[in-house]
Design a protein around this ligand. Structure first.
Ligand code: CP
Length: 315
């Protein structure tokens, strides 16, 4: 079961997923009591290499690593030699020379964490690569759902919004399906990929999607930074057609549905303000669970292996 890297959900086996979710439960229980730190990664170093902005993923990985007693270095991309034209390859070779044990990387380029993983003995964790994958978000989403539905098989999760540009939608729906959860997408035709797995239902109409009777409504932010804004409908119109308005929240509440969102939220676009105070909103639970899940991931991976590796990459 030992793995050096966590790059995607697609390649994870069900046993590995269940192991990580069980470990996350143990870490959550431990740290809900008075424990502040355990020595699991004492003497190990974790490098945070974020080429894109992050609040939740970055801070929860940092907290998780420190709770495991690792030393954490925040690589400051904006003040590094990257601004002088240093390539990703040179950055990684430099970091390899420093014998970092774990690299947590976020980048806009799909597949870049995998390319880095082949160039270093450090364990590489994909913290989001473009619209490709965000595996630890998927794990914390599954963990949060399992807290409400310990056996999630047959439960239904409706993912609403900008599926096309969402690494979260890809990773989370892949993971939920591995756990036997039914998944459907709802969004405008321009924001749902043309080709999706046949096992995932596609809706363009909100009422039709709700008639499918989901247990969880999972909202996504419209990622303006990854698209030409001229293709995005008017914000007020989007909110009316696909957003959780006050009236829709009342119906969701009557039906006892849970609401999730990976953050950051755009109030007035995919949801109204009242969602943040909704009693079955799991948005804060997702953030909290991110720490336990990322502890489980760091504790599980095993740095090492042969070096230098043979593959090369352009960057
Ligand atoms: N969910 C998520 O990835 O949030 P951040 O961009 O704040 O890390």
């Amino acid at each position: 079961m030992a793995r050096k890297d966590l790059l995607d959900i697609a390649s994870l086996h069900r046993e590995e997923i269940e192991f990580l979710l069980d470990q996350s439960t143990s870490f959550k229980k431990l740290f809900t009591r008075s424990v502040k730190k355990i020595p699991a990664l004492e003497g190990k170093s974790v490098l945070m290499l974020f080429y894109e902005a992050s609040t939740r993923t970055h801070s929860s990985f940092e907290v998780a690593a420190k709770r495991l007693s690792a030393e954490v270095t925040n690589f400051d991309v904006a003040h590094s030699s990257i601004t002088k034209g240093e390539s990703v390859r040179e950055t990684i070779e430099t970091l390899q020379a420093m014998r970092t044990d774990y690299i947590v990387v976020r980048h806009s380029h799909p597949g870049l964490p995998g390319m880095i993983a082949r160039q270093t003995t450090a364990s590489v964790i994909n913290a989001g690569d473009g619209a490709h994958e965000h595996p630890t978000q998927a794990l914390l989403d599954a963990f949060t759902i399992k807290e409400k539905f310990p056996d999630p098989r047959g439960k239904k999760v409706l993912i609403i919004g900008d599926i096309l540009h969402s690494r979260v939608a890809r990773s989370t729906s892949t993971l939920l399906q591995k756990l036997g959860v039914e998944v459907a997408y709802l969004g405008p035709g321009s924001l749902v990929p043309k080709y999706i797995p046949v096992s995932i239902r596609r809706f363009t109409d909100y009422e039709a999607a709700m008639a499918w009777a989901p247990d969880v409504v999972y909202l996504l932010r419209v990622q303006m930074e990854r698209q030409d804004v001229q293709f995005f409908p008017n914000v007020r119109e989007y909110h009316r057609v696909y957003g959780i308005t006050n009236a829709r929240l009342a119906e969701i509440s009557d039906r006892g549905l849970y609401i999730m969102h990976p953050g950051p939220v755009n109030r007035g676009v995919e949801l109204c303000d009242a969602v943040m105070d909704y009693e079955r909103s799991l948005i804060t639970n997702q953030v909290e669970n991110g720490i336990s899940v990322r502890m489980a991931v760091l504790d599980w991976l095993t740095p090492g292996g042969e070096f230098p590796r043979q593959e090369s990459y352009a960057a």
